[in-house]
Design a protein around this ligand. Sequence first.
Ligand code: CP3
Length: 356
Amino acid sequence: MTYNDNFIKACRKQQVDIVPVWYMRQAGRYDPDYRKIKEKFSLLEICAQPELAAEITMMPVKKLGVDAAILYSDIMNPVASLGVDFDIVKNIGPVIHTPIRTLQDVERLRPIDVGKDLSHIIRTIEILHKELQVPLITFAGAPFTIASYLIEGKPSKTYIMTKQMMYNEPKVWFGLMDKLGDMVITYLKAQLDAGAKAVQIFDSWVGALSPIDYQTYVLPTIIRIFKQLSSYKEPKIYFPGVSSGELLPYLHDIEADVIGLDWRIPVEEGRRRLGDRFAVQGNLDPYVLTAPQSVIERQAKDIIDQGIRKPGYIFNLGHGLYPEASLDKLKELTSFIHTYSRSAMSQQSAKSGAAK
Ligand code: CP3
């Protein structure tokens, strides 16, 4: 099998014959084989076993035919190396034993030591680098999103304690942003050095902020992270998470190649707000996968039609897959995206050829 680099080409806004596709959270509980493995091991136990983590990473590539793999890991993994204890609790998410609330708590956070504490993750990347015939995307959680777990102690809907710190304790807040920014930079560099072909920063919950608060309290750290990674030629993706449409006009100084869109904004409007520099990725509502196939395909077609109007488009969901999604529907959707986009793009180039 030859190496499939459609995903990388699309990230770089180069010409492709099909629209590449991968799904956030594509390695997961919708797959019965994964659920069987999960009966024996927790997420963190799997991550500690590089061979098994690599096998799980490859499962959706083999079963769905997606054009990229995403490392099986979690945004919380590097947090242990900061010196923060946590669990990932079933159906809840990350739970922090002692939340970070004071300047002393922030000062106690250590710089991460990838060689000592995260060598299992690096080993998994090295295995995948050898095995995969599609690019491997690795990732980190963005400072705001990680901070929201560290401060609240668990998933939150309001981010009230996070915002309280932001507004009332700017020294503590910016100290935390600096340390988490350093964590992200060190971790992503180590992933790229180990053979990752692209990196994504998940800022899943930052859409909870107003544009002015995003610009004041979060964006400078995001700009710093991408600047520090700019010597790496591998594509870099920033996913500003759910409800992030209103933040898109403010991202232009970020040295990322691709921006992920959530489903609340049409691809065309997302592009208009972002400007022409970025490729875009997204943005089917993951819950549309509960609909009949005809509805799924109609929505996918509409997204692809908008996506291919300009170079630099990658199909994905607007947020992660959920456990109730079905393997069969995902397989059908993946094959539909490939078939439909191939014919739509060849018609498009025939038309533009005729116009010349
Ligand atoms: O995308 C992939 O397939 C790669 C693996 C991946 C996981 N987490 C595995 C995981 C990725 C990219 C993540 C990122 C992640 N983790 C994010 C950002 C993406 C997003 O969804 O916005 C966030 C916010 C987390 C934090 C987290 N970890 C949550 C909210 C949960 C869900 C808890 C639950 O049980 O519903 C987790 C656990 C988690 N991370 C699971 C997986 C496969 C579920 C654990 C399991 O399989 O039991």
